[in-house]
Design a binder for this molecule. Structure first.
Ligand SMILES: [Zn+2]
Length: 337
């Protein structure tokens, strides 16, 4: 099988990145430089030239609400990030907003790159279903209910003494997201909140950037029972390249080890529930030490290596196309319309 040909033909969708943050006036990481999305850079993981080199058709871009803006200025911060994103659309016709599966198929047919908007941290809606609908009207099509903290919706994975599921507002939010056609993202939820979502979800829900806890014990990863429950509802798990979620021992992090997670999800739930959720630009190289850090891929331009690895593991062309984006596309068709 020709891995290059499969990669070129595929609609490739990456389910999560934090690139918008790096384009803001005050980027997150101390010392990190504000980048220009349209200029190829060697720092960070994603810009338009590298998305094209990597063959990515649709990049899901997170509007990540940093802790210092929570809770009172979350909506304002989300609006500022959306403004930065919309500024990119104004600058180039080569880069587009996608709000439906059809938009992504069209972008592929026309050789364009597109982005689907997601909010990471439900604080952004500030307890208001009206704000949720407002963000939908601005093009947002997915939302992670929490980041690591507890909020007025659910418990994040960092709430060790939590144990609660969804608040009453959280329940009405999930129902409203399903009604208007917005994807509920359970990455970052605590276990108890995950199950609360799984129990009430009537549509497919997603874990945009999580791996398997059976292979790496980080609580951000999903247990086999969680993978089964998500698959039963028709959802997709985006495998995440962040080293801490790939292996407990940072020396073992590699593209091959990431693909072990893909193998594992396939063995637990089947190939229809696997996608990509790199989290590019959401993690950096570990500070200190002189050894080169072990990584999955240097940046998004190296995405073809993933296809090569899947070919070498014996995945069929049909399976690879599903993993690279076909499964995300199926869920988008079903939920976003
Ligand atoms: Zn995240």
């Amino acid at each position: 099988m020709d891995a290059g040909k499969i990669h070129r033909e595929s609609i490739i969708i990456d389910g999560h990145c934090d690139t918008i943050l790096g384009l803001m006036d005050r980027p997150m990481r101390p010392g990190s430089q504000k980048r220009d999305f349209f200029t190829r850079s060697d720092s960070g993981h994603i810009d338009l030239p590298r998305l094209k080199e990597g063959g990515v058709t649709c990049q899901v871009m997170a509007v990540y609400i940093e802790p210092q803006y929570k809770p009172a200025r979350s909506a304002r911060r989300a609006m500022e990030m959306l403004d930065t994103f919309y500024g990119l659309l104004d600058e180039s016709d080569d880069f587009r907003l996608a709000t439906t599966a059809r938009d992504i198929e069209e972008a592929k047919a026309q050789g364009k790159t597109c982005a689907l908007l997601s909010i990471e941290g439900g604080e952004a809606v500030e307890g208001s279903l009206a704000l949720l609908r407002g963000f939908y009207r601005l093009g947002v099509r997915a939302m992670g209910l929490t980041w690591n903290q507890r909020n007025d919706i659910a418990d994040g994975v960092g709430e060790k003494s939590g144990g609660s599921g969804l608040t009453d507002f959280g329940v009405s939010l999930v129902k409203e997201m399903e009604r208007i056609g917005m994807l509920v993202d359970v990455s970052h939820l605590s276990d108890s909140s995950f199950w609360a979502v799984a129990n009430i979800a009537e549509r497919p829900f997603i874990a945009s950037h999580s791996n398997c806890r059976a292979l790496a014990s980080h609580p951000r990863n999903l247990t086999d029972q969680q993978i089964e429950a998500l698959a039963k509802k028709g959802g997709v798990i985006g495998v995440v390249f962040c080293p801490a979620f790939v292996d407990d021992n940072s020396d073992n992090v590699s593209l091959k080890r990431l693909c072990d997670h893909i193998d594992h999800i396939k063995s637990v739930a089947g190939v229809d529930h696997i996608g990509l959720g790199s989290d590019f630009d959401g993690f950096g190289a570990p500070l200190g030490g002189t050894d080169a850090p072990k990584i999955v891929l240097k940046d998004v331009s190296e995405m073809p290596k993933l296809t090569e690895e899947l070919v070498s593991r014996g995945y069929t062309e049909e399976e690879i196309k599903k993993i690279l984006g076909g499964n995300w596309l199926r869920v988008y068709k079903e939920v976003l319309g």
